[in-house]
Design a protein around this ligand. Structure first.
Ligand SMILES: Nc1ncnc2c1ncn2[C@@H]1O[C@H](COP(=O)(O)OP(=O)(O)OP(=O)(O)O)[C@@H](O)[C@H]1O
Length: 254
């Protein structure tokens, strides 16, 4: 990881707050994602992790606070506009078209990245540039041999890799990932952990994850969210040793 004192964050939230009725789901959240790092966001169910991710990605407008991507404020932009500026997102629930092939899904991602309307979808499949971009992304995640496979036939882990490939067609400056390990067995989690480890050199990753083995193996920094509030940010060692974090979340896992 690059020394955080020496560089500017790639992605930053400043004072993000959001209430749903009487519930404060985000309380004055300020986070940074530095070049080359994996910053994990952990916390109990209902702590507000997905709500924060949605505000960062553009699906939910904060009541207060700002989001910056490479120093540019994006708080007022919608999700596609943020994606075009380089915010790569993968979802808790797969957003892939299961009946389409792996390559078609990647081309669809590349089409979205190009900013062209989706009614050109069929034409996009024959577009050399989009196909090249899609094939390049598939190669980077190691799925090139499965380009013609129906997405439904991929393993769970391969689908996660395809989601990353779709995000890669955007040439992202930062990744935001919501529980990529969900539903993977031990072997799948280990493979994806190795893959994400290498991916951080491409773009830093803000990683929401419940799989603590993956978090402890990957994270340069961890922020702990409890009742909508970041109660601690630090290295794996600092977070494991933090008594507030142990009592609020980690318990025996630390
Ligand atoms: N659209 C909404 N309207 C009302 N309440 C909401 C809405 N979205 C989320 N909440 C509430 O906000 C709180 C935070 O939810 P959120 O899904 O962000 O938590 P989380 O940390 O991602 O949980 P999990 O780990 O289970 O995915 C919860 O109490 C949830 O019920």
């Amino acid at each position: 990881m690059t020394d955080p004192m020496m560089t500017d964050p790639v992605l930053e939230t400043r004072g993000i707050s959001k209430t749903f009725g009487a519930l404060q789901a985000s309380k004055d959240i300020s986070l940074t994602l530095m070049p080359g790092e994996i910053h994990a966001l952990i916390g109990p169910n209902g702590a507000g992790k997905s709500t924060l991710i949605k505000q960062i990605a553009g699906g939910l407008r904060p009541d207060a606070g700002q989001v910056f991507l490479q120093g540019r404020e994006v708080t007022g932009l919608d999700t596609p506009a943020r994606a075009r500026l380089g915010l790569g997102r993968t979802f808790q629930i797969s957003a892939l078209a299961m009946e389409d092939t792996v390559l078609q899904n990647a081309v669809l991602g590349a089409l979205g990245a190009s900013g062209r309307p989706f009614r050109f979808w069929r034409a996009a499949l024959g577009d050399k540039d989009l196909r090249a971009r899609a094939q390049d992304a598939l190669e980077r995640v190691g799925l090139q041999e499965h380009a013609a496979t129906r997405t439904a036939e991929l393993s769970h882990g391969q689908r996660r890799q395809l989601e990353v490939a779709v995000a890669l067609t955007l040439r992202p400056k930062a990744f935001v990932m919501d529980e990529p390990m969900a539903g993977l067995g031990t072997g799948g989690s280990l493979r994806l952990t190795g893959f994400l480890d290498g991916l951080r050199a491409e773009a830093p990753i803000l990683l929401v994850e419940h799989d603590m083995d993956a978090v402890f193996a990957l994270a340069d920094r961890i922020s702990v969210l409890v009742y909508g509030e970041v109660i601690a940010t630090g290295t794996v060692e600092e977070i494991r040793a933090n008594p507030d974090v142990r009592s609020a979340y980690l318990g025996d896992e630390a």
